[in-house]
Design a protein around this ligand. Sequence first.
Ligand code: GTP
Ligand code: MG
Length: 190
Amino acid sequence: MSNTDISKCPPADRPEYAFIGRSNVGKSSLINMLVNNKKLAKTSQRPGKTQHINHFLINESWYLVDLPGYGYAKVSKAMQGKLQTYIVDYIKKRENLFCLFVLIDSRHEPQTIDLEFTTWLGESKVPFAIVFTKSDKLGNNKVASNVAFYRKELKKQWEQLPPLMVSSSETGLGRDQILDFIESTQIGSE
Ligand code: GTP
Ligand code: MG
């Protein structure tokens, strides 16, 4: 199901996991990697591909949700405002949102927009985890040092850190860890 209105989302009757982050960070690709289906969520080399809240029902038991990216400069200001209102609405009001995965390109240093966004999530008490994407594009040491740098930035602000995971939709790195994490959030929730 695909829409821009939270009242038209499917009933909030099972655990839900959504993916957000800057445009082109690899949200749709990660969903496809997790479910082993390259055609489920639409991906593109051009930022701004996903423009709706897309619900995918997995095994009849939980939802994966692909969201539009934030921070894409080429989308008009008016459009950005519109995107933000319904995304904010979705994040704040969707009561079955077990975890919001915030995706960050593992090649980049902490960016203000990502830090501001995670600050807002923390303040709004939205459960979230961070996934560092596209790790196949750089060496293991560099990934580890970028993650450490990010951890340090977050530590300045928070005593307790969210789960931090590393992924690659090319190699499948992180798949088991993310799926195990999803499963762990459901223990005792039925
Ligand atoms: P929007 O919907 O526009 O916000 O983008 P998105 O975050 O959904 O990104 P998408 O999954 O469409 O991927 C963007 C581009 O990055 C595509 O060309 C993907 O093939 C590429 N990509 C995504 N994940 C990876 C990855 O783990 N490794 C590599 N090498 N490329 C990736
Ligand atoms: Mg997308």
